[in-house]
Design a protein around this ligand. Structure first.
Ligand SMILES: [Zn+2]
Length: 246
């Protein structure tokens, strides 16, 4: 009897040992799994925080003209500058937002920015643009225009900045450099331009004349969707170059 009892106790003891050994093994495995999950999560969020674009930059994109002021007009297709300016601004906005930039547009449709009651509509419009820019406190202002010239052979993209603005010049040089490399017929150097929009704020500001509507070939090219996206992507690359993010 006594022997059997001892044997029985031994079996129970062995079972307990096995049970506790198994429980301990389970705990170790669970701990390892948790550690692995924590490591993976930490790595994921660290990489995400590094790679994900943050809305650190606010950009004002200004589509020139609008409303009754159509700007330049194409010679062969009658396309208006105000329409194309908006198309380019919307394309540039989409690219900027894709990369995490916050974008403020001065206008997002074909309406003019002037007050309908203003006697001087041009002045009213420019004051509205200035108001939008100063409210946004942007890191840069990019104004989009199309050019026109009596000599129809003149063509190519040109970037302008305000005289005396060092940051404006740096931004204009960066964008012009990228356009010159990748967009055919673009000019090599940015120029000083006496435009109201370039002096609305202390933010680095440029005015991009994307091309000449007075040149029949460029007039058609400027309207091609693929060209619009390519052109705007290159403006964006120039912006990145300025931000030293490229
Ligand atoms: Zn214009």
């Amino acid at each position: 009897m006594c022997y059997l009892r001892i044997l029985s106790n031994k079996i129970i003891y062995m079972k307990n040992i096995k049970f506790f050994t198994l429980k301990k093994a389970h705990c170790v495995i669970a701990l390892c799994v948790l550690l692995c999950i924590a490591t993976v999560c930490a790595t994921y969020f660290t990489v995400k925080a590094t790679v994900s674009p943050k809305a650190v930059h606010t950009i004002v994109i200004d589509a020139g003209h609008g409303g009754k002021d159509g700007g330049a007009v194409g010679k062969t297709t009658d396309v208006t500058e105000s329409f194309l300016n908006l198309q380019y601004s919307l394309a540039l906005k989409a690219i900027c937002e894709e990369y995490g930039f916050k974008v403020v547009l001065t206008r997002s449709d074909m309406n003019g920015l002037y007050s309908p009651f203003a006697s001087n509509k041009k002045r009213s419009e420019m004051e509205k643009r200035k108001e939008i820019i100063n409210k946004a406190k942007p890191d840069m202002v990019v104004s989009i225009h199309m050019n026109s010239f009596p000599n129809s052979s003149t063509r190519g993209a040109h970037v302008f900045y305000a005289d005396g603005s060092e940051s404006g010049k740096q931004l204009a040089d960066s964008v012009q450099e990228i356009l010159f490399k990748n967009i055919e017929n673009s000019h090599k150097t940015a120029k000083v331009g006496d435009y109201y929009i370039l002096n609305c704020s202390q933010s680095p500001s440029i005015l991009v004349e994307c091309g000449f509507l007075s040149n029949p070939e460029e007039e058609l090219l400027l309207q091609e969707e693929e060209y619009i996206n390519k052109f705007c992507y290159n403006i964006f690359c120039g912006m990145l170059l300025y931000f030293k993010m490229a």
